[in-house]
Ligand binder design. Structure first.
Ligand SMILES: [Zn+2]
Length: 183
């Protein structure tokens, strides 16, 4: 799943956050439509040559929270397209072709992939990115997904961030603590 997200981001040139996923939607022939869905936050059906992604406009909350939820929903629906293209899909004629059990697994996978699309490993550049509010603004996602991403961040990346910060502090101490000082 992680691989799928990274290959997809490479397709659009590994953009820096906040990542716009509409170029990816175009590559996979997804038509995006914002509309009232009366319940679900998003929905995707297979069409003849691609996909039709519906994103709910009838969401509660302030404008920024809603916009960020819609960004997330697009990432989530695109993740279904990227990761589940080989499974039976709902079509406009047949809306419930997937069992509730399988649906549960697919939803977890899609959220996992969405998280890597909007907050890829390569966007972690400093210790401040381990603060949910900072990461949330940087990647233009809501606080909760930013916090979850940080909580599940690999130990390797976490260690790299700490080591780089330590090296920076050491270099700074050396530089300002006598290294080049002459009287
Ligand atoms: Zn889903």
């Amino acid at each position: 799943m992680e691989q799928i997200a990274y290959v997809a981001l490479a397709e659009i040139g590994n953009p820096q956050p906040p990542i716009d996923l509409t170029p990816l939607a175009r590559i996979f022939n997804c038509r995006i439509q914002f509309t009232y869905l009366k319940g679900p936050e998003g929905y995707t059906v297979r069409t003849g040559t691609g996909y039709h992604i519906y994103i709910a406009t009838d969401l509660r909350g302030d404008a920024e929270t809603v916009r960020r939820r819609q960004r997330w929903t697009l990432a989530h629906e695109l993740s279904h397209v990227l990761a589940h293209w080989d499974l039976p899909w709902n079509t406009t004629d047949e809306l419930d072709r997937i069992s509730p059990e399988l649906r549960g697994v697919l939803e977890v996978e899609a959220n996992w992939c969405a998280s890597r699309l909007l907050i890829p490993d390569y966007c972690f550049n400093g210790l401040e990115d381990l603060i949910p509010a900072v990461l949330s603004n940087k990647c233009d996602v809501n606080f909760t997904p930013a916090e979850k991403r940080i909580n599940h961040l690999s130990r390797a990346i976490r260690n790299r961030l700490f080591l780089e910060a330590l090296e920076w502090i050491e270099a700074d101490l050396w530089f300002n603590g006598g290294g080049f000082v002459s009287s």
